[in-house]
Ligand binder design. Structure first.
Ligand code: ADP
Ligand code: MG
Length: 389
């Protein structure tokens, strides 16, 4: 389910209308009847509509579904991707799309560029993808049978990520610059740094350690717990100083798991974030601190601001938060932190925890950011379809 923009220039204005209609129809139809697509597109159910439908089906943006009651089409992830790319192009957020730099369980990360050629990051949320990957989850999915819920939930994850990134950025937290959001996608600035996971040695682990823990505390003072604060979601830039030392500048990413300090399990998530950092510094750098904590109760004693409440009042409502929360729980979506814990459980007793998990899923969960993707022009007009327009 990789983004493939190769065919986007062949999509005619009429095709876009029909694709949009298929999307609208799929909000309340698992299979959108062809006459409804025509009606929503505002086109007469004639040759035009059928030509568009067949064009769209040929490039996999919609898929024909034969149903007991009627035939129709459903929007595919590819179709949703194209609609989002189309909107980003129209709003001049994205001009071209380049290499994929990461594949998560619930997202794809690509380099993209704006019209000025500035490199950015496109994150495509793909909730529900895991459901199709594992037999067990697939059974659950079939049992729940929530039509088009992957589409809606992926959008919720993108909205949540974008709203929190905006709020955090406003308060000067070290996060990427949020540049745009459409459907299940978020566009943000590209951070020229490696995930901490890939850093083998640091000159002074104590100061980076202290900085990361103080970030967890500062987040709590703003009403928030990252919920997935670990070596995958902390990008560390190594910046040479004039005095010859190298300073390490962390940037926090990946916000769909963010929880409010009023969440019933807030303290658990706070402690887990702290434990992730402690464990990583111990294992990787052999660094342990004698100081206990930080503790949730202390961190939330003096609140500076309630970003959790602020975001709730903006684009990501309480209702949306709840829906996403329930879905993630039901589908066992637990971020990287859950993986790390499971990883270690598996290490300890020498066997996989979930036999239904396909081989290689763990490795695939986080493809490291290759430096070459950052420094070299990712948008090579000769090998990528590049421009979307
Ligand atoms: P997931 O939810 O799949 O874990 P993340 O947002 O954590 O997605 O991104 C996955 C990986 O993609 C990160 O570990 C990082 O290597 C890379 N990445 C994500 N966002 C950026 C960014 N803004 N700049 C540079 N690399 C990024
Ligand atoms: Mg991540």
């Amino acid at each position: 389910m990789k983004l493939n923009v190769k065919n986007i220039r062949y999509v005619t204005p009429e095709d876009w209308r029909v694709l949009t209609a298929a999307e609208m129809g799929s909000r309340n139809h698992e299979v959108v009847p062809t006459p409804l697509i025509a009606q929503l597109a505002g086109l007469r159910s004639g040759n035009g509509v059928h030509r568009s439908i067949s064009n769209l089906a040929k490039i996999g943006l919609i898929a024909k579904v034969k149903n007991a009651k009627y035939d129709g089409y459903r929007l595919t992830y590819g179709g949703l991707d194209y609609l989002a790319m189309h909107s980003h192009t129209k709003s001049s957020t994205i001009y071209s799309v380049g290499n994929q730099i990461g594949v998560g369980k619930e997202s794809d990360i690509l380099v993209c560029a704006n019209e000025a050629g500035k490199q950015q990051v496109l994150k495509i949320h793909r909730l529900g993808r895991i459901s199709f990957r594992t037999v067990k989850a697939n059974r659950d999915y079939l049992r729940n049978r929530q039509s088009a819920s992957w589409m809606y939930m992926s959008r919720l994850a993108a909205v949540k990520e974008f709203e929190f990134m905006k709020a955090l950025r406003r308060e000067d937290f070290p996060v990427p610059e949020p540049l745009g959001q459409n459907r299940h996608t978020v566009v943000m600035s590209l951070i020229d740094a490696f995930p901490m996971r890939q850093i083998s040695t640091v000159g002074d682990p104590a100061s980076l350690y202290a900085e990361l823990l103080s970030l967890i505390v500062r987040l709590a003072q703003y009403g928030l717990i990252h919920g997935d604060f670990n070596e995958f979601n902390i990008l560390v830039e190594e910046k040479p100083e004039e005095d010859g030392n190298v300073s390490l500048i962390p940037t926090i990413i990946d916000f769909p798991q963010m929880v409010s300090i009023s969440h019933p399990n807030a303290e658990y998530y706070f402690d887990r974030d702290v434990a992730c950092i402690k464990r990583f510094f111990d294992r990787r750098f052999g660094f342990t601190s004698d100081e206990p904590g930080p503790f949730f109760k202390d961190a939330t004693k003096t609140l500076v601001k309630r970003l959790d409440v602020e975001v709730e009042a903006s684009g990501f409502s309480k209702k949306m938060a709840k829906e996403l929360d329930i879905y993630m729980k039901e589908h066992g979506i637990d971020g990287d932190a859950g993986d790390i814990e499971r990883d270690e459980d598996a290490d300890d007793n020498g066997q996989e925890i979930d036999p239904d998990e396909p081989l290689g899923a763990e490795q695939e969960a986080e493809t490291p950011l290759d430096k070459s993707d950052v420094e070299e022009p990712a948008i090579d007009p000769s090998d990528t379809p590049a421009a979307l327009a």
